[in-house]
Design a protein around this ligand. Structure first.
Ligand code: HEC
Length: 123
């Protein structure tokens, strides 16, 4: 009887941290988004935050003359390299470019969207 109770208690105690982890990460974990969800969230962010200066889709020119269209970012560097700058809230040292503080899920979403609109560099 005692042995059963002890085993049950140990099982419960050991389970607790493992059970709580996913709850703590909910909402911000990039792993919980499907690629389609990430794309949709990223597209919505681009349409809200970036389209006033950058061309964000497969065609069209940027409204701000100095802002590179999203589809050409990969001509300069791998898109995923932007993850760090976005996380730090420092995009570029340009006075016209606002600074944002994004959470991890937002950054993954934005980068997923930006990846999908990349256009091959003309040779
Ligand atoms: C108010 C105008 C404005 C908005 C809004 C804006 N940008 Fe920019 N962005 C610029 C300008 C201007 C530059 C060019 C900076 C330079 O050349 O020094 C730039 C440059 C960039 C670059 C560097 C590209 C390169 O030349 O290598 C990235 C990446 C970028 N923006 C991403 C974004 C994202 C993502 C958003 C939306 C979340 C956004 N920008 C919103 C104006 C803007």
């Amino acid at each position: 009887m005692i042995r059963v109770w002890t085993a049950g208690l140990c099982g419960l105690v050991m389970c607790l941290p493992a059970c709580q982890e996913p709850v703590a990460q909910e909402g911000s974990s990039p792993g919980q988004m499907t690629p389609l969800e990430a794309y949709g969230r990223g597209e919505a962010m681009a349409e809200t935050l970036c389209v006033s200066c950058h061309a964000i889709g497969h065609s069209g020119s940027s409204l701000h003359p100095d802002a590179l269209p999203f589809r050409q970012f990969s001509w300069r560097y791998p898109v995923m390299q932007l993850r760090e700058s976005l996380a730090e809230g420092i995009m570029v040292g340009h006075p016209d470019m606002p600074e944002w503080q994004f959470e991890a899920g937002d950054i993954e979403a934005l980068l997923t969207y930006i990846e999908t609109v990349q256009q091959p560099r003309p040779s």
